[in-house]
Design a protein around this ligand. Structure first.
Ligand code: ZN
Length: 268
């Protein structure tokens, strides 16, 4: 109990954010409550699923295209519950997702189209979860692809110059919020939207083998991640600040390290 509230809740909110994940349901097991809270407070969110989860079944006789259609439909319902403005399915192969140039171009196109201030993705450095288990290869690939698309590709006009012909100008994403990280640095209080996360997860019946275990498991995660900030429920992120904004520099909680004052926040 003495460790309770050792840190303060993270309050920065992007006006526009994009969640990039490997599979339908990742975003809902991941940062759904944060997304729901930010959207409730006025942000616009967009969800990108690199695959449609066509390998997510136990029976080898399952038709992968039918499964993909089912899972896309489930994800659309869940996204509506969270409040995303829309979803893109990139139709990459489930179980074989690769951080290659083709995927990077798809993600850069998504970023240049939606122009998010922040991108949320799985921490690609999580090979093993600290509480046990292996992080799925697609999760790592999607996380790494998201990071590489954000920096430097999306901001570099020379990365995919033909995108400019479609009117897609380079775009600077200012922050990465990496979830399922073993190195969290920010905790978003999601006490008010944990129910919405549960509701979104219930929209994925094809993936929930033990529905009765879902709620206690999600509540326990929320409780564990809420402990550092003394909240009933939180979602933890490793936040990478790529570009600081003026508001943050002027903010009361911002501490400027010695020797870095006068930096150009829009530069680089
Ligand atoms: Zn997944």
């Amino acid at each position: 109990m003495t460790e309770t509230a050792a840190r303060t809740a993270h309050t920065w909110r992007p006006e526009r954010f994009m969640v990039i994940v490997a599979h339908p349901d990742d975003a809902d097991f991941g940062p759904a409550a944060t997304a729901a809270r930010w959207i409730a407070e006025g942000s616009e969110g967009w969800l990108v699923c690199c695959t449609s989860g066509d390998a997510g079944a136990d029976d080898w006789r399952t038709d992968p295209l039918e499964l993909a259609a089912t899972r896309e439909a489930e994800q659309r319902v869940a996204a509506g519950i969270v409040g995303y403005a829309g979803i893109s399915f990139l139709h990459q192969p489930d179980g074989a997702l690769a951080n290659d140039l083709a995927l990077r171009e798809q993600l850069v196109r998504e970023i240049l189209t939606f122009r998010p201030d922040a991108v949320l993705a799985v921490d690609p450095e999580t090979l093993f979860h600290s509480d046990g288990g292996v992080n799925h290869t697609d999760h790592r690939a999607a996380g790494l692809a998201a990071v590489d698309a954000v920096y430097p590709a999306a901001r570099n006009a020379m990365a995919f110059p033909w995108l400019a012909r479609d009117g897609l100008e380079p775009w600077v994403v200012r922050r990465l919020y990496l979830f399922w990280s073993n190195h969290p640095s920010a905790w978003v209080d999601v006490t008010s939207t944990l129910e919405r996360k549960l509701e979104a997860l219930r929209a994925h019946p094809s993936q929930i083998r033990h529905p009765e275990q879902l709620e206690p498991r999600i509540r326990e995660w929320g409780r564990e991640e809420g402990e550092p900030i003394g909240a009933e429920a939180a979602e933890a992120f490793r936040v990478i600040v790529i570009e600081e904004d003026a508001e943050e520099e002027a903010g009361p909680t911002h501490v400027t390290p010695p020797g870095t004052e006068g930096g150009d926040p829009g530069g680089g």
